[in-house]
Write a protein that binds this ligand. Structure first.
Ligand code: IMP
Ligand code: MG
Length: 419
């Protein structure tokens, strides 16, 4: 019997690596594509027939008409955002109903979560997207969350939501905010529950069926490794497991079904929100990278912080995820640069580190040491890697040596072929 398999695609940096583009490229091969973490904090920009699409919740695989998509329990589901997304896609002529499934165990993001996210930010947060992500996962771990499948039992659902509202009222009181109006919250829920009530399912069992019948499944990551709740630059992280390990717990899957882990990284580095960023550029070069790379948040429109590629951090991310297939994006942004740098180690108090354990306090204090690569030209025109200028080739070789893996594909340009 032919057995199916699961591939994973995720980000190796602080998000915005261009995963949407890569998923779109890979997705034709898969019968099922699953989001396993994060929520509407994600913004996946994809271009289809020259038209820009930004998806926040549904896996970008939805853009292929013959793929099924699913949302696993590790996702924080905002049904209001989902409603807008479904309506937008249907206007674009993409069939959505009947093609997307939502796990019964998926927690719901309520309007009060978004409000609290904003309140915590005012008190000095981490620069969150204010999509209610941390408050929603907090309720999950405090065991106060309402989950999508709760609607199957009216009494259970009402009890759960009442408890969750009471719990959140304690917090709002701390902020001197008015108490939540229960009727309004129940009404909001009634208004949007159509987005998941006909789509409820068990993602783990969907995977079982798919694998048993020889199908191919893609797990689509959001955010990036350095934003992982455990392994990222805590506390400047998001509240979910963005790394490959998160796939298994979110989707209810054993490790041996995973075939490939595609790790996506940009040819330089960006970050949105607060937190350490050793190779950050505050100068004209940074401004150029931001402008040419169009580095503005897909969800919040914020200016992304930009800097050079950080090889110790990249190697760390490759290890944490067990990446088998590294994919580089946006190499075209470096076209025309006379000089490109990459951090190869750090100096802290006169000692040199190539650390595989980059804690936040280390990254805040360490000074990166760079290798410089000259003359980046002809990138956009090149059809193969052989056609790159010497500087580009040296850059790619250095990266491959450093991470100990061949770069599987390089993307350069929005709709160009990957090489
Ligand atoms: P939250 O996920 O909205 O709580 O935000 C926590 C941190 O993660 C902030 O620094 C955000 O800017 C960052 N973040 C969350 N989602 C994304 C994303 O999709 N791309 C890039 N950064 C993100
Ligand atoms: Mg993004």
């Amino acid at each position: 019997m032919k057995k199916g398999y699961v591939d994973v695609v995720l980000g190796l940096q602080w998000g915005d690596e261009g995963k949407g583009r890569i998923v779109h490229y890979l997705s034709r091969k898969y019968s099922l594509i699953v989001r396993f973490q994060g929520g509407a904090n994600a913004g996946h920009t994809v271009y289809v027939r020259g038209k820009k699409n930004v998806l926040h919740l549904l896996p970008t695989g939805i853009l292929h008409n013959n793929t099924k998509v699913a949302i696993a329990p590790g996702v924080a589901l905002d049904p209001e955002v989902l409603a807008r997304e479904i309506e937008f896609l249907e206007q674009e002529g993409i069939e959505v109903k009947g093609r997307y499934f939502i796990d019964l165990r998926t927690p719901i993001v309520f309007p009060f979560h978004k409000k609290e996210d904003g309140l915590f930010e005012q008190e000095g947060g981490v620069g969150s997207t204010k999509r209610g992500i941390a408050p929603c996962y907090r309720d999950v771990y405090a065991r106060f969350a309402v989950r999508a499948g709760d609607i199957l039992d009216k009494r259970h659902f009402e009890n759960a939501l009442n408890r969750q509202i009471d719990f959140n009222n304690m917090l709002l009181e701390h902020f001197n905010e008015p108490k939540l109006n229960k009727d309004e919250i129940f009404a909001w829920f009634e208004k949007y529950k159509w987005t998941f009530e006909d789509a409820l399912g068990d993602v783990s069992l969907m995977l079982k069926d798919e694998i048993e019948k020889g199908g191919a499944v893609l797990m689509e990551g959001a955010q990036g490794t350095l934003l992982d709740i455990f392994y990222g630059t805590y506390p400047y992280v998001t509240s979910s497991h963005t790394i490959a390990g998160g796939v298994l717990s979110s989707a209810g899957l054993g490790p041996f079904h995973v075939r490939r882990v595609y790790g996506v990284f940009k040819s330089y580095l960006t970050r949105v929100g607060k937190g350490p960023f050793p190779t950050e550029l505050d100068d004209d070069i940074g401004e150029t990278l931001r402008r040419v790379g169009n580095e503005y948040g897909a969800t919040t429109g914020r200016k992304r912080r930009v800097g050079w590629l950080d090889l110790p951090l990249l190697r760390y991310a490759i290890w944490i995820n067990g990446v088998t297939h590294p994919v580089m994006t946006k190499l075209d942004v470096l076209d025309g640069f006379k000089e490109v740098k990459a951090a190869i180690s750090y100096n802290l108090d006169g000692k040199i580190y190539e650390t595989l354990s980059p804690t936040t306090y280390f990254l805040e204090k360490a000074t990166p040491l760079y290798e410089t690569f000259g003359n980046f030209y002809g990138i956009k025109a090149a059809k193969t890697r052989d056609e790159f200028s010497d500087g580009v080739k040296r850059y790619l070789n250095k990266i491959e040596d450093y991470i100990g893996l061949k770069i599987y594909k390089i993307s350069k340009g929005k709709e160009d072929r990957l090489i």
